[in-house]
Write a protein that binds this ligand. Structure first.
Ligand code: FPP
Length: 256
């Protein structure tokens, strides 16, 4: 039996974000170079997209390249950029067939030109779709994004009382998307690593030992099943939550 059958389709997180981690360790365990792990990670990207589609997740954000990743050896950075371009170009038909819309967040203008061109082409090409939104975080870091938003607010001459949660959110690169309700990280590391710091204020965090290249549909479903076992309180008491769910049941019954 698949874990998909255990998922309550009425309580699926709309937005799942993933920190894909463990490619280097996976490659090392096979006696190979780090890029071998990244290449195998593409299969896990496919599996996650399929799992998102099957379970009804509408937004999937993947941390594909962080601002800090520029500090890696040049060969690894070059190989990662090549892999990104190849994957975007190679998977375009598949994205199209499955009605997946591609988006990017991060400091995109500072990516290599070829990467920017292919990314833009794929985003334009898939802009008509809305079954699943695949959001690639590229040259992204949350502190970069927050600093960028603050600069914009100041440049626009906004007065302090106009600065609200909503206004701030509207200046982030994620302005078009709902906040993630579930953040997963693979490989046993339990850190956020400068990812979506503002947006995950109320997200559930799910950490799995699985290394990213081994991550498959069932691992994704396991994260959702775990998410559904949590009580999400948003600062309220358990009693208030129970009362609200009783009210929902009563109003559903009245509607019938
Ligand atoms: C972290 O593993 C992974 C990355 C920095 C890159 C992830 C990129 C891909 C899977 C490539 C394809 C992606 C897309 C969206 C087309 P790590 O190298 O930090 O692993 P380690 O912690 O074991 O060293």
């Amino acid at each position: 039996m698949s874990l998909l059958d255990k998922i309550d389709k009425t309580r699926v997180p709309r937005h799942v974000a993933i920190i894909m981690d463990g490619n280097g360790r996976w490659a090392k365990s096979q006696g190979r170079e780090r890029i071998f792990g990244h290449s195998h990670g593409v299969e896990s990207v496919r599996a996650s997209l399929k799992a998102a589609t099957k379970s009804g997740v509408e937004y999937l954000t993947l941390y594909a390249f962080s601002t800090e990743n520029w500090n890696r050896p040049k060969e690894e950075v070059d190989a990662l950029m090549n892999l990104l371009v190849q994957t975007i170009v190679g998977e375009l038909d598949e994205l199209d067939e499955n009605q997946i819309r591609l988006h990017a967040i991060g400091d995109i203008n500072n990516l290599p030109t070829e990467c920017q061109v292919e990314l833009q082409r794929a985003m334009d090409h898939t802009s008509k779709h809305n079954r699943v939104n695949l959001i690639l975080a590229l040259n992204y870091s949350a502190r970069w994004e927050i600093t960028h938003a603050v600069k914009q607010i100041i440049e626009e001459g906004t007065s302090p009382d106009e600065v609200t949660d909503e206004l701030f959110s509207s200046k982030l690169t994620t302005a078009r998307f709902p906040d993630p309700e579930l953040l997963m990280r693979t490989s046993g590391e339990e850190r956020i690593s400068n990812f979506l710091l503002w947006q995950i204020a109320y997200a559930e965090l799910y950490f799995t030992q699985t290394l990213w290249p081994d991550f498959r549909e069932e691992d994704f479903f396991a994260g959702i099943v775990d998410f559904q076992s949590r009580e999400r309180r948003f600062g309220k008491t358990s009693e208030q939550i129970a009362q609200e769910s009783n009210n929902d049941i009563t109003s559903d019954a009245e509607a019938i």
